[in-house]
Write a protein that binds this ligand. Structure first.
Ligand SMILES: [Zn+2]
Length: 271
């Protein structure tokens, strides 16, 4: 089974001690390429550098590392002209497969909402300029978020709403807008992810993408999973098997579909 983890926060300090090993063990489990999420100017720069360094060594047998370049809404307060220039220069590298993660997060409000909206729209414009797909984050901000997408549709080539945890109304709207949907191990959480078990059946097979969002969101129903343990890309195998069962598909079939979707979405023919 070959899977692509479209979202791992590999530059998070949780991986400082064994970052290379996390990549290798994922590949050994069949999870490769990985797409490292950039969530600030600094983490986007580090993600591109790490991906380029691994790719140069040829350490991976089955693929390459990719990254995204963007500023998470939590970090929108740090956005300035220098950030935009940095993301623009990062997007020119072959490892950088998308702009983001970007969007709106009104759950924690770590940045003022007007600043979040400004930073989000600036990254939509940048993705349009660079002809890059968008890696999107939305939490408790559906109305403003979907309105901004609607107003910018002509500027958006492709987009994925990553770590989708919303309800039916949100899902239908995102699909209408043409978005891909990223599903994480949240669906494996019997406390909060239950509603996704019926909703995931409504996602067209060619719009579904899989991700861990590691080190967060350890799939809770994975045998041996430690509560609040560190999630890793290799656990995507468990998430895919669980989703395949829900969808009544063979794991290999789901893997092949979502692998093709990820290659199409991120234009990974350029590997
Ligand atoms: Zn996110």
């Amino acid at each position: 089974m070959s899977l692509i983890d479209i979202g791992i926060n590999l530059m998070n300090s949780a991986f400082d001690a064994d970052r290379d090993e996390v990549v290798r063990s994922a590949e050994a489990a069949g999870v490769s390429p990985l797409i490292i999420t950039g969530s600030s100017a600094e983490s986007s720069r580090l993600a591109q550098e790490f991906a380029a360094a691994i790719n140069t060594t040829g350490a991976l047998h089955s693929g390459k590392l990719f990254s995204t370049a963007g500023v998470h809404p939590h970090n929108a307060k740090d956005w300035d002209a220098g950030t935009e220039a940095l993301l623009r220069s990062l997007a020119l590298h072959s490892e950088v497969a998308a702009i983001g993660e970007c969007g709106l997060d009104y759950n924690r409000d770590f940045s003022p909402r007007d600043k979040q909206r400004f930073c989000f729209e600036a990254q939509i414009a940048l993705a349009a300029e660079m002809k890059a797909p968008l890696f999107l984050h939305e939490r408790d901000a559906f109305d403003d978020f979907s309105a901004i997408l609607q107003n910018n549709l002509t500027n958006i080539k492709k987009m994925v709403v990553h770590c989708f945890t919303g309800g039916e109304k949100e899902l239908e709207r995102y699909l209408e807008l043409g978005a891909y949907i990223g599903i994480t191990g949240w669906i494996c959480d019997e406390r909060r992810g239950r509603h996704l078990i019926s909703l995931i059946k409504k996602i067209p097979a060619d719009k579904l993408l899989l991700e861990t969002d590691a080190p967060y969101l350890m799939p809770r129903n994975m045998p041996g999973a430690k509560r609040n343990g560190r999630n890793e890309s290799r656990h995507l195998v468990h998430i895919a098997e669980f989703i395949a069962e829900i969808l009544g598909k063979a794991p290999a079939e789901l893997a092949a579909e979502t692998f093709t979707n990820a290659c199409r979405f991120f234009d990974m023919k350029k590997i």
